[in-house]
Structure formats: structure tokens, C-alpha cells
Design a protein around this ligand. Sequence first.
Ligand code: CTP
Ligand code: CA
Length: 228
Amino acid sequence: VIAFFQPKSLVGQHVLVSAGPTFEAIDPVRGITNLSSGKMGFAIARAAQEAGAEVTLVAGPVALATPRGVRRIDVVSALEMMQACVAEADQAHVFIATAAVADWRPDSAATQKIKKDGSGQTPTLGFVENPDILATLAQSPRGVSGDLFCVGFAAESHDLLAHATAKRARKKVPLLVGNIGPATFGQDDNALLLVDAQGAKEIPRNSKLALARLLIADIAARLASQSA
Ligand code: CTP
Ligand code: CA
């Protein structure tokens, strides 16, 4: 329970974490977002800091306190999150992508509040796809060489193992962590499925902080065996 008792398995490592939802503007007062609370990402940032890592947390709009000793960069949109993560990744050894990045953004945000015109007509929204932050960093030279160890997350509504395995391959990440449902957004506990090239193992249901500590210990062991 107390940070003092956590093994310092990540001393000398710089860990970058993305967390929370993104918010994609429609006009100055409206936008599209999702129900990610950011709790898992914040717990992971805290656990990494407790393990001795230098931690940078790139956070979308969430109502959570910054974990002690963690450097936090607040962003709003997926494009801002992408820019911040790319800029920080140069210094990082590990990237843990927990953010629920909006897959699409409105193709153009109105500069002024969209008004009803009295005719009962509804506005039509067009969308463009946002860049994939995790795939971009995993396929960057440091991601490919393993100097930046990239970890993805997946929240699926069904067939978690199959989807997580396919997602790991598609994103080209060494480790993909599945949230074992039902819907975990905002909840305080969860269970995780760790999928790597060897197969899958489960971390049974626990608080998000306990899971975060176990995941950080697991990642630290992977880094140690990589450099051994
Ligand atoms: N991710 C990201 N940038 C995006 C979309 C996703 O960095 N634009 C990251 C998430 O932070 C997560 C992983 O990719 O670590 C998987 O996200 P997910 O939404 O499950 O996968 P998608 O590839 O977007 O596929 P889909 O939503 O269609 O299942
Ligand atoms: Ca998605």
C-alpha cells in the first residue's frame, strides 16, 4: 500500500504515459469526447514514479489530481496529444498508451458558436480520422529498435483475446494490455489481459492502482530481460 515498499525497478528509466479522453471541437462551446476517466493511466503514472522512473503524463481533459513527482502536460485534442507525445518520446524509454484517443474529429471546427436558424434544420458533421499516436511511436526508429518500449491498451466489448491479439499485431507493439470487461470506464477496479508475442496472461481483478503496480513490475522485468 505504501510507496516505500514498492521495488525501485525503473530507476534511470523515463516513462511516458498518455491518459484520459480527447475532446474534438465542433465549435468554441461544443465538441465530441468519450467516457474515459483517465484513472488507469494516472494509476500507471503513479506506479511508475513509485518504481523510481522519471514520469511524463500527457493527459486529456480529466478531473484527477496529478500523482506526486509526475510531470503532467495537459492537452485537449488528439492532434495536441499526438504533438506532445511525439515531442516527449525522444527522451522516453517506455511509452504506455492508455488514452482513449478520439478516432475521428470534425473535419472543420466552426470559429463561432453554431446557432439555430429557426428553420428546424440540423447541422451535419463531417469527420476525418485522427493520427494513431501509439502506432506512430511504435513504428518510429526508436520504437522499432526497442529503445522505446511501447505498450498499448485495448477496451473491447467482446472477443477480447482475439481483438487484443490482432490489435497488438496491427500496432506492432511488443505488449498489448486488454481491459477485461464489462465496461471499465470510470470504475475503480478492473482485470487485465497481457498479450505479447508468446501469448496471453491475466492479472486478476483488483484496484486500478494494484493492477498498475503489477503491470509496471511486469514491464520492468521485460526491460531487464531485453537488456540482459
Ligand atoms: N491509440 C492511439 N491513438 C489513436 C487511437 C488509439 O494512441 N488515434 C492507442 C490507445 O491509446 C490504445 C491503443 O491505441 O493504447 C488501442 O486503442 P483502441 O481505440 O483500442 O484501438 P483502435 O486502433 O483505435 O481501434 P478501434 O477503436 O477501432 O478498436
Ligand atoms: Ca479507437
